[in-house]
Design a protein around this ligand. Structure first.
Ligand code: AMP
Length: 299
């Protein structure tokens, strides 16, 4: 049996009411599900009486020129992934863009009308430098979804580590009565972090982009052996990537405090750090189309 598909806010609220005193876990996704999503869902299934996921490719977090139109959407595929779970989820919330943004959602932020959520001080860093309105879009849709679903626990992946920090801040600042759980990164057998966007890459590139995790792991090893200088660690990662394929273009490699995201020059072992990065890789050798991959490792 496939899970119930709910398309409207009203339907979700009606289902939620039937759960009464029982706990509800919620996992927001953009679909094209993979094992990474499944690990979040499995945690929720284990910890709650009920589990709802959402599948919504949120226009507000895409800038003009980004991959909103080509982002993979495939409900059949998603239902097959959900069928691999140990238990069935209660429902998929699959809203239309109109349902989530009744006033419309032009990608040009200056033309948007309505209510938007900004998490200042965190959203401008790292990902926010290249994608200045990204976390405004994420925080807005996530708060809408939390208000619709009204979960007790929510699950997010460490894969998008800055997102987890931004959402934690949102929950705290707006006194949201829910618990957030962060789930480790799921990788394929050679170390590539699973991502819906890996679909854009051909097999040759997919086998090469493993260098990203290799670089991060080498830097982690160097750190464990006493290297605390951020420049040295950063070079270990970038050398590994650029030496693998000089068509791989590093957007950023950053070493930050894992709580405040403050940029570090030297790591204090007491606090640890996170190395995070974004790299543009061609979808095929010598191709013009590129995909922006992100990954991170906690030190
Ligand atoms: P997305 O559909 O890409 O927006 O992701 C939905 C949720 O799944 C987010 O909280 C992601 O961080 C999480 N996620 C995506 N990829 C992975 C992965 N490889 N391992 C663990 N969690 C992931």
């Amino acid at each position: 049996m496939s899970p119930t598909i709910l398309k409207t806010v009203k339907e979700v609220r009606e289902l939620r009411k039937t759960f009464k005193g029982e706990t509800l876990g919620f996992i927001p996704t953009m679909g094209f599900l993979h094992e990474g999503h499944r690990s979040l869902i499995t945690e929720s299934l284990n910890e709650n009486d009920h589990t709802i996921i959402s599948i919504f490719v949120n226009p507000a977090q895409f800038a003009p020129g980004e991959d909103l139109d080509s982002y993979p959407r495939d409900l059949e595929h998603d239902l097959e992934e959900l069928a691999k779970l140990p238990k069935e989820i209660d429902a998929i919330f699959l809203p239309s863009v109109d349902e989530m943004y009744p006033l419309g959602i032009p990608l040009d932020v200056s033309k948007q009308i309505g209510t938007f959520v900004e998490v200042k001080g965190l959203s401008e860093k790292l990902e926010g430098k290249t994608r200045p309105n990204f976390f405004r879009g994420v925080a807005t849709v996530v708060l809408k979804l939390f208000n619709i679903v009204n979960p007790n626990r929510v699950y997010f992946g460490q894969k998008d580590i800055q997102q987890t920090i931004v959402i934690k801040r949102l929950i705290k600042d707006l006194f949201l009565d829910l618990e957030i759980n962060i789930v480790p990164i799921k990788r394929n057998s050679v170390g590539l972090a699973l991502s819906s966007r890996n679909k854009y890459l051909n097999e040759e590139i997919k086998s090469q982009v493993v260098c990203i995790h290799r670089g991060l792991s080498k830097a982690q090893k160097a750190y464990q052996n006493g290297e605390l200088d951020v420049k040295v660690l950063r070079n270990i990662v970038s050398d590994e990537i650029v030496d693998t394929n000089n068509q791989f273009k590093i957007d950023y490699i950053s070493i930050n405090d894992a709580e405040s995201l403050e940029e570090l020059e030297k790591i204090n072992v007491k606090n640890g750090a996170v190395i995070s990065l974004a790299v543009y890789v061609p979808n095929e050798m010598n191709g013009i189309e590129t995909t922006r991959l992100i990954d991170n490792i906690i030190l």
